[in-house]
Design a binder for this molecule. Structure first.
Ligand code: CO8
Length: 262
């Protein structure tokens, strides 16, 4: 029923699966508009609510992950309408609310809002063809969904300023060196690499995956002492799970664990 994205459930380890979302507005290089963002939000929430899903992959096409927000759509807007209607503002918070790991698998252009979608994911893997950038300055505006906030946290102030002030693109190798991207692989292997991550994560306890995500994200929101305390509380909390007994028991018995996600 989606028109701007393709959604699949891929079999993972054991009885678990992982979600696979492909941004799919090929004629506009996956430019983001409200319908696409609404569909992305709905698909993410559906996967997040599904107990059989361990994690979610978001990808685009070979040419573009997403080339930004839709410029033709934005062009006629004035401030009162952009503000009142929340121009292309919906569902960015949904990306933050998803509690399972979300992996961005980026090939081609990830520009403006496209780069911001990737950065709102939990980890970015890139094809060697990937190009990242915040070119909004060239259009007379600035990034509007985290480009001036998440990018400096990911790559530091100097490089974030460089990208957002000049609007230049950064290739995959530079993005990996800068810490924006976790892994770079040849373009032909991008989906296999994302599948490998889906397979790996779906073999783990969903509780542990969600706790890792929550705790790492805390690092961005709190001073070190509070972040460490939060982490320790979650670490101790996981001792109330059957999966902790199973994970540690399986290690001691030298057999693979069979997690039940309780
Ligand atoms: N919006 C709308 N259409 C687009 C966009 C876009 N962002 N990007 C590409 N397209 C369209 C082109 O207009 C073209 O359409 P058509 O065939 O009908 O002419 C088609 O996609 C193919 O594009 P090109 O012919 O330009 O392809 P090239 O390979 O020559 O160039 C580029 C690819 C370099 C990616 C080029 O298309 C480009 O520079 N695109 C714009 C990139 C950009 O400026 N992105 C930032 C947009 S602003 C933004 O994202 C703000 C985020 C706000 C977030 C939400 C806030 C609340």
């Amino acid at each position: 029923t989606y028109e701007n994205i393709l959604v699949e459930t891929r079999p993972g380890a054991g009885e678990m699966s992982y979600g696979w979302i492909t941004l799919n507005r090929p004629k506009a290089l996956n430019a983001l508009n409200d319908p696409l963002m609404d569909e992305l939000g709905a698909a993410l929430l559906a996967f997040d609510a599904d107990d059989r899903i361990a994690c979610i992959v978001i990808t685009g096409s070979e040419k573009a992950f997403a080339a930004g927000a839709d410029i033709a759509l934005m062009h006629p807007f004035d401030f009162p309408n952009a503000y009142r209607k929340g121009l292309i503002s919906r569902n960015w918070d949904t990306l933050r609310q998803v509690r399972k790991p979300v992996i961005a698998a980026v090939a081609g252009f990830a520009l403006g809002g496209g780069c911001e979608v990737a950065m709102a994911c939990d980890l970015i893997i890139a094809a060697d063809t990937a190009r990242f950038g915040q070119p909004e300055v060239k259009l007379g505006v600035i990034p509007g969904a985290g480009g001036t906030q998440r990018l400096p946290r990911a790559v530091g102030k100097s490089k974030a300023m460089d990208l957002a002030l000049t609007g230049r693109m950064m290739d995959a190798a530079e993005a990996e060196r800068a810490g924006l991207v976790a892994r770079v692989v040849p373009a032909a292997e991008l989906h296999a690499e994302a599948d490998k991550i889906g397979q790996t994560l779906s073999g783990y306890s969903t509780l542990a995956l969600m706790a890792v995500k929550e705790s790492v994200n805390r690092a961005y929101e709190s001073p070190l002492s509070e972040g460490l305390l939060f982490e320790r509380r979650l670490f101790h909390a996981l001792f109330s799970s059957a999966d902790q007994k199973e994970g540690m028991g399986a290690f001691l018995e030298k057999r693979p664990p069979k997690f039940t996600h309780f």
